[in-house]
Design a protein around this ligand. Structure first.
Ligand SMILES: NC(=O)c1ccc[n+]([C@@H]2O[C@H](COP(=O)([O-])OP(=O)(O)OC[C@H]3O[C@@H](n4cnc5c(N)ncnc54)[C@H](O)[C@@H]3O)[C@@H](O)[C@H]2O)c1
Ligand SMILES: [Zn+2]
Ligand SMILES: [Zn+2]
Length: 368
């Protein structure tokens, strides 16, 4: 059944997001309609509103949400109305060599349906009947969304939906970067640049992985306090123009084994690479402007066997990793409650984006 819903939309670059009433069409083959309960506000949503991440406008934002299935299209028999699901923002063709090797974040068709459903169509229209694009095949900062079954993961009903939503990006991206991309080993040293929703999850992933030393860096003192709560053993307040590498080398006895850039800056990625010690791995998680680049001292590659790499969506396999994250939460080992600093109504979405920009929240969550 076609639903009327409110949605958070980016109409024009560098302007505040707007809340509009839209229509969401029922699911076609291989799709489901979801009544969303909550959606986290990620820096990548903000980046789509300022052009750092280029997406077709007008765009329904949101890629970190959870809700309840209300209608199931043909050929989507694995889901029934009433199922709880979390959105997943990667495209998976299921057939290419990367999908076949269990690395769907590298699917050869990854860029194919960036702001539409996988088949290139849209189920979302504005009040004038014009089609609305959807962020990364999701567009779940809305009361309803029709999604491909490939973009939802069924979860246990016992997990509260507002917390489950965070697994749709921040948690899987951060913890996954530690578990899947870097494969942090117990007793190692880790440095995390940027302690927002993503960085705090790198911190807690490192704690769960048994890292011995976890150094958190941020420009905001409040973020460093949050990082301690998530497992940071040391904190460092970043100051403009100050190079922390010497201090980091001292704190970690020659440089950390792993450094994670969770801000989105080519310069910081270079800093992360310089900071790591011999045999170290620097992982870029932040999404920088297209014009950024990261110079590395070439000689460090052979003589120190240092690695510079990246991590997209925590190198995850959604159907494997989402339940894993939620199991860690249910076992009391992964913090989700503490990640939600503030809850917003959908009408307060512009404020939620302003608070993200100013660094006020670990994560802000819009509740529907
Ligand atoms: N790789 C992926 O799959 C993926 C997924 C989601 C988000 N991201 C990206 O990760 C980045 C972080 O996202 P988020 O939602 O956590 O953002 P956020 O805004 O919540 O957090 C960013 C943090 O970095 C801090 N910061 C800013 N400048 C800094 C500096 N020079 N040194 C140290 N800290 C600094 C801010 O104070 C803030 O706490 C963004 O670039 C986002 O687009 C990547
Ligand atoms: Zn995100
Ligand atoms: Zn594929």
């Amino acid at each position: 059944m076609t639903q009327s819903a409110r949605a958070v939309i980016c109409r024009k670059l560098n302007e505040p997001v707007v809340v509009e009433r839209i229509t969401v069409e029922p699911p076609n083959r291989g799709e489901v309609m979801v009544k969303l309960a909550a959606c986290g506000v990620c820096h990548s949503d903000l980046s789509a509103t300022n052009g750092t991440i280029s997406m077709q406008l007008p765009l329904i934002l949101g890629h970190e949400a959870a809700g309840e299935v209300v209608e199931v299209g043909e050929g989507a028999a694995e889901l029934v109305p009433g199922d709880h699901v979390v959105s997943s923002f990667i495209y998976m063709c299921g057939k290419c060599r990367f999908c076949a090797m269990g690395r769907p974040v590298l699917c050869l068709d990854q860029g194919k349906a960036l702001t539409t459903l996988p088949d290139g169509t849209l189920r979302t229209r504005d009040a004038e009947g014009r089609a609305l694009n959807i962020f990364s095949g999701c567009g779940v900062m809305a009361e309803y969304a029709t999604l491909s079954v490939e973009n939802v993961v069924k979860i246990d009903r016992t997990v509260p939906l507002d917390r489950a939503a965070l697994v749709g990006c921040a948690v899987t991206t951060g913890v996954g970067a530690v578990f899947n991309t870097a494969r942090v080993v117990p007793g190692s040293s880790v440095v995390v640049f940027g302690c927002g929703g993503i960085g705090l999850n790198v911190v807690q992933g490192a704690r769960i992985a048994g890292a011995g030393r976890i150094v958190a860096i941020d420009t905001l003192a409040a973020k460093l306090e949050m990082a301690k709560l998530f497992g940071a053993t040391d904190t460092l307040l970043a100051k403009p123009g100050e190079d922390p590498v010497k201090q980091l080398k001292k704190l970690t006895g020659g440089g950390p084994d792993y450094a994670f850039e969770c801000v989105g800056s080519g310069e910081l990625a270079a800093l992360a690479f310089r900071a790591i010690g011999r045999g170290g791995i620097a992982v870029v998680v932040g999404v920088a402007k297209p014009s950024d680049s990261t110079p590395v001292r070439t000689m460090s590659l052979p003589f120190e066997e240092k690695t510079l790499t990246g991590s997209y969506f925590g190198s995850c396999v959604p159907r494997l990793d989402f339940p894993r994250m939620l199991a860690l939460y249910m076992a009391g080992r992964l913090k989700l409650d503490e990640l939600i600093t503030r809850r917003y109504t959908i009408e307060e979405a512009p404020q939620a984006f302003a608070d993200l920009q100013s660094g006020r929240n670990a994560r802000g969550v819009i509740e529907f």
